[in-house]
Design a protein around this ligand. Structure first.
Ligand code: SF4
Length: 180
């Protein structure tokens, strides 16, 4: 295995093609599930359990962060009514990236990246903007090299659960409104 990199993972499906790419590029990813934005806690644990399937498949270590949803709500206060892709999402990216930077420093891992860039619904430039001043942040755009399509193929192969909302209660509310 190659150089260690702490990989912030938003969910199992997005981790698949990101891990495959990092291994192909000679990295040894350590997976960090730090997603206090996810609501409710049962959903957080469901997505984490899903990641364990991926970690076992690739033989990788997973670190589970606390579900610190109260702190996350404080970080996005005043933006509860924002639409998805608005300022709340930038604050959310920042929250998770800061925690990942802190964990990387604690573990003595020089580099970190995030699977958030896999999604075709998320703007990678915005994610990079939120992380670029954090020590060790690697601007890896995992949706490049067909990363999003590849994540769908791999998720199907591994039988992963694919959630139908981004993560927080506000995205759940908006999805329910769209359905009704
Ligand atoms: S919609 Fe997604 S990215 Fe935006 S704040 Fe909610 S969980 Fe975070």
């Amino acid at each position: 295995m190659g150089k260690k990199i702490l990989l912030h993972v938003c969910c199992g499906p997005c981790s698949t093609s990101s891990i495959e790419r990092l291994i192909a590029e000679d990295y040894e990813p350590v997976l960090f599930f730090s997603d206090s934005n996810i609501f409710p806690e049962e959903e957080f644990m469901k997505r984490y359990s899903n990641l364990l399937i991926v970690a076992e498949h690739y033989g990788l270590q997973v670190i589970l962060d606390d579900w610190d949803h109260g702190k996350w709500l404080e970080a996005v206060r005043g933006h509860e009514r924002d639409k998805e892709h608005g300022e709340r999402c930038s604050l959310c990216f920042r929250f998770n990236l800061e925690r990942t930077a802190e964990k990387a420093a604690e573990l003595g891992i020089d580099e970190f990246a995030t699977t958030l860039t896999v999604s075709r619904f998320k703007n990678s430039a915005r994610i990079f903007h939120e992380g670029e001043d954090l020590p060790g942040f690697q601007k890896i755009d995992f949706k490049k090299k067909d990363g999003f399509s590849r994540s769908i193929v791999l998720s199907k192969e591994l039988g992963l659960y694919r959630q139908d909302y981004c993560g927080c209660e506000f995205s759940l509310r908006d999805r329910r409104c769209a359905d009704s």
